[in-house]
Each structure stands twice: as structure tokens, then as C-alpha cells.
Design a binder for this molecule. Structure first.
Ligand code: CP
Ligand code: NVA
Length: 304
């Protein structure tokens, strides 16, 4: 059977994603009750990080250990990747020794090339273009709090970045309607928006986009790799903030999510993470459970 990879949400069918999230919620419940599990005993995940991380590293590393396996942290500072060894050679070698590889990098093309040369499943743990693992956690969290997201209205406020692109994929895979409020010049990938058809609408005014929405989501104004644009972005994004005032325009049961890390006073007001509609801490924890489900799916080829 061909090796499966998870580079974007489109690498799985809607039905597979539904099963994966149900399994993730089961894993969460069992883990919270103290149950142990060794489904990935003796299995190894290699984790290649070319950008910083807290949640992604901790969740993958803890997840592998909790399932009886192990994870290796590889940084370009200490490996030959950082000294220019071709991606394909690295992929071939690393994947010949482990059961799965997780990659966090800059250009999306790097994970695509890595996957093409890898004999083990490759997981995209964030590129400049997509962050699909975060969407697994977000969708799991919405479902645990509010049931199915199909037919719901989701409002993205801020940069048309990797997270926003992944929300566009999610809108199609999970059947929700996505409104994107972003300043001119910071829109998400135009071809993705066009392919999504009626599912996705760009609405520059955050207040209009937030009206009656069931979920409000945002992310930092300047992503990793855009540090030099910080000042210009601060100006461009002024007004694109999720705060209790914006939440009031949304549905009364609306939830708020942020992949974190958050910049209080920029894309979120200082009090937003503790708002009654905020589920950001469950969202962060669900990275662990959703990725444990993903690792079982990719390594074992089944969920049970
Ligand atoms: N949300 C997220 O991916 O966080 P880290 O950058 O800390 O991994
Ligand atoms: N858009 C952010 C997400 C961080 C988890 C970034 O790429 O830096």
C-alpha cells in the first residue's frame, strides 16, 4: 500500500477526518481517566524543526511517549540539513530508520519534496502556507463543545496566512461557511479562495464578518519568518482585533479560538483568552489528542 502523508487537510477524505476526530476525542477521554496505551510501542517519530515551537514539539513528543514509542528532536543547527544536505537525501535516510517524520519548515515545497523521497509517512507541522495539524485540534475542539461544525459560520479575522489557508481547506472538508476579514493586500491564497466557491467569502469589515458567527478565529499579525514586516503589519492590521465587543456581534454561543502563541493587545485584546466563549486552552491540549490519533492512522493504517 502506498505511504500516506499529511501535508494538508486534503490528504484525507472527509470521512477519514470525521473518524480521526472521533478517535481523538476517545483518546482524550481515556487519557484523562488515566488509561495507558501502547499502540505505538517501539515506533519512532523523527521531528524536524526549522522554526520555533512550543505546542507542536511538546504534543508530538509527549504523544509518542504516551503511546509507547519515542520521538527524536532534530534541529538544522545540529543536523546536516542545516549544512545543505539535499532534502531528498535527508528524507531518504531519516525515513529509512523511523516510522514517521514530522517537519516544520518555511516553503511548503520542502515538505512536499521531503514526502516524495520518504518511505515513511510525513506530517506537515507548519509551513509558510499551511498548518493542518492545528486544524485537527480546532475541529475536535469545536465538535466537543458544540457538536458538528457542518453548516456553521466561521469568521477568520486577520492575516490570510498559513492558518487561514488551512481554514479554507477545512471549510470544504467539514462543510462550514468561512468569512475572512483581512486588510487589503493580506488576503489568503487566491486560487484556494476561488476553488472554495460559495464556502468562502472575503469581507474586509471585521464587524460585518463577525455578525451571528458561531466561531471567531484569529492568529498573529506577523508569522514566523515575517519579523522584518512587524512594524508595517502593525499599522495594516490595526482594527483587525478580536475582543469582547466583536464577540458581542457574533452568535450568543459563539466560541473563540487562537492557535497560540497570542499577542495580547494586537490580534486579541488582553482579556480575550479568558472570555467565556474562549476555548483556547482546550484547543491547545487537543493538539496532543488529535495528533496521537493522526500518528496511529498514519503509522498503523487504522484507528481502533
Ligand atoms: N500553535 C502552534 O503550532 O504552536 P507552536 O508554534 O508553539 O508549536
Ligand atoms: N501563523 C503563525 C502560526 C504559529 C503557530 C506562524 O506561522 O508563525
Amino acid at each position: 500500500m502506498a505511504t500516506r502523508h499529511f501535508l494538508t487537510l486534503n490528504d484525507m477524505t472527509s470521512a477519514e477526518l470525521t473518524d480521526l476526530l472521533a478517535h481523538a476525542s476517545k483518546l482524550r477521554q481515556a487519557w484523562r481517566k488515566g488509561a495507558t496505551r501502547d499502540s505505538l510501542k517501539n515506533r519512532v517519530l523523527a521531528m524536524v524543526f526549522e522554526k520555533s515551537s512550543t505546542r507542536t514539539r511538546v504534543s508530538f513528543e509527549a504523544g509518542m511517549t504516551q503511546l509507547g514509542g519515542a520521538a527524536l528532536f532534530l534541529s538544522p543547527r545540529d543536523t546536516q540539513l542545516g549544512r545543505g544536505e539535499p532534502i531528498e537525501d535527508s528524507a531518504r535516510v531519516i525515513s529509512s530508520m523511523v516510522d514517521a517524520v514530522m517537519v516544520r519548515t518555511f516553503a511548503h515545497d520542502i515538505v512536499t519534496r521531503f514526502a516524495q523521497a520518504s518511505r515513511a509517512p510525513v506530517i506537515n507541522a507548519l509551513t509558510d502556507d499551511y498548518h493542518p495539524c492545528q486544524l485537527l485540534a480546532d475541529m475536535q475542539t469545536y465538535q466537543e463543545h458544540r457538536g458538528s461544525i457542518a453548516g456553521a459560520t466561521v469568521t477568520w479575522v486577520g492575516d490570510g496566512n498559513n492558518m487561514c489557508n488551512s481554514y479554507i481547506n477545512a471549510a470544504r472538508q467539514f462543510g462550514f461557511n468561512l468569512r475572512i476579514a483581512c486588510p487589503q493586500g493580506y488576503e489568503p491564497d487566491a486560487s484556494l479562495v476561488a476553488e472554495a466557491g460559495d464556502r468562502v467569502r472575503i469581507m474586509p469589515d471585521p464587524a460585518e464578518a463577525a455578525r451571528d458567527a458561531h466561531l471567531l478565529v484569529t492568529d498573529v499579525w506577523a508569522s514566523m519568518g515575517q519579523e522584518e514586516e512587524q512594524k508595517a503589519r502593525k499599522q495594516a492590521f490595526a482594527g483587525y482585533q478580536i475582543n469582547p465587543g466583536l464577540m458581542q456581534l457574533a452568535d450568543k454561543d459563539a466560541l473563540f479560538m487562537h492557535c497560540l502563541p497570542a499577542h495580547r493587545g494586537e490580534e486579541v485584546s488582553a482579556d480575550m483568552l479568558d472570555h467565556p466563549g474562549s476555548v483556547v486552552w482546550d484547543e491547545a491540549e487537543n493538539r496532543l489528542h488529535a495528533q496521537k490519533a493522526l500518528l496511529e492512522f498514519l503509522i498503523l493504517g487504522k484507528l481502533d
